[in-house]
Design a protein around this ligand. Structure first.
Ligand code: ADP
Length: 160
């Protein structure tokens, strides 16, 4: 069974992330969306909220799972015996960032491979921060994110 890990902040998960997950599931039997629990990085939603939004959003997507880690992504991948990390690419800026990230991961574990999927044109402008900006501008986000994210914002959990 081919298993991959899709690490990220998912703060919150967007339809752009879901698209990458679905592309990855054409290549891998199982993909674990790994929510980063990084106390040094300020997040809009708690790790529990982010995991809960992902859990709801991936219901019905065969092979998709969710977990979180406060440790290194590479350690998590090794723990579940996966050597593949999935990431998404939208722009040249993403490419530069991901190139450096791949380098860092390789320094920690040269046996890990990053596998990239290109953003769909429809979702290439979507980011978690853009979604948050739209919320603060009172704009509609329902076509950009799963229902669970709309609900979480409506509950007024974390507004900033
Ligand atoms: P991180 O803070 O680790 O970059 P993100 O949740 O912002 O976490 O993104 C996780 C991954 O998903 C990254 O590889 C990012 O480039 C990718 N990604 C984010 N939004 C999109 C999108 N709209 N289309 C394709 N890939 C995306």
């Amino acid at each position: 069974m081919k298993v991959a890990v899709y690490p990220g902040s998912f703060d919150p998960i967007t339809n752009g992330h879901i698209y990458i997950l679905q592309r990855a599931l054409k290549v891998f039997d199982e993909v674990v969306v790994l929510v980063a629990d990084n106390p040094n990085k300020k997040s809009r939603f708690t790790v529990e909220e982010r995991v809960s939004m992902v859990k709801d959003a991936i219901k019905g997507i065969k092979g998709a799972k969710v977990d979180s880690t406060s440790g290194l992504t590479v350690d998590y991948a090794n723990k579940i015996k996966s050597k593949h990390l999935v990431r998404g690419l939208r722009t040249v800026t993403d490419f530069k960032y991901e190139y450096n990230l791949a380098d860092e991961y390789h320094k920690i574990d040269p046996t890990i491979d990053l596998v990239f999927f290109m953003a769909d044109e429809k979702y290439s402008n979507i980011s978690s921060s853009r979604v948050d900006e739209l919320i603060h501008e009172n704009k509609d986000i329902k076509n950009l994110v799963p229902e669970s994210v709309v609900k979480m914002y409506k509950r007024g959990c974390k507004e900033t």
